[in-house]
Design a protein around this ligand. Structure first.
Ligand SMILES: [Zn+2]
Length: 154
């Protein structure tokens, strides 16, 4: 399978986990703290999750969001899921973008969305956006894991 979220090296980006979900740091973040929540199993759509999994995903994503807001000192956030090809999904593995936001980070707060759309195809290996250096990435993931560990999420 070609899915980047199903490759073993995804583990280097993971900073929090629940029974069926992982949180990982985006290697080409649109904003500082831009992370993804994915199911561990290869699931295409949010609509394929059981009710229990949907609940788990929502509660886990909330905890991850709280953690990101704390670590990145943000007070606001966007969540985004592109579900289905017509919605812009081109990677067939469900993922929720969690994007911490900062006052005045864009001229209009809605300006972020096209950037995430552009980011979407390139989540793991962005040719369009400079990727953060692997050492910087390691530092961020380490810090997030420590915080997640304190909260029983890693
Ligand atoms: Zn997958």
């Amino acid at each position: 399978m070609n899915c980047p979220f199903c490759q073993p090296d995804i583990q280097t980006s993971v900073f929090a986990r629940s029974e069926h979900f992982l949180a990982l740091y985006n290697r080409a973040p649109v904003f500082p703290g831009h992370s993804l929540v994915i199911p561990i199993k290869h699931v295409h759509s949010l609509l394929e999750l059981s009710e229990e999994e949907t609940t788990e995903m929502m509660l886990f994503s909330r905890k991850v969001t709280t953690l990101l807001l704390k670590v990145f000192k943000a007070q606001a956030f966007d969540w985004s899921v592109q579900d289905g090809e017509a919605a812009g999904q081109s990677m067939a593995h469900l993922h929720l973008h969690i994007v911490p936001r900062y006052p005045g980070d864009r001229a209009d707060p809605g300006d972020w969305y096209p950037e995430v759309q552009q980011n979407y195809n390139e989540i793991l290996d962005s040719a369009l956006r400079p990727q953060i250096k692997s050492r910087e990435m390691e530092g961020i993931v380490k810090k997030l894991r420590e915080q997640a560990g304190e909260e029983g999420l890693y």
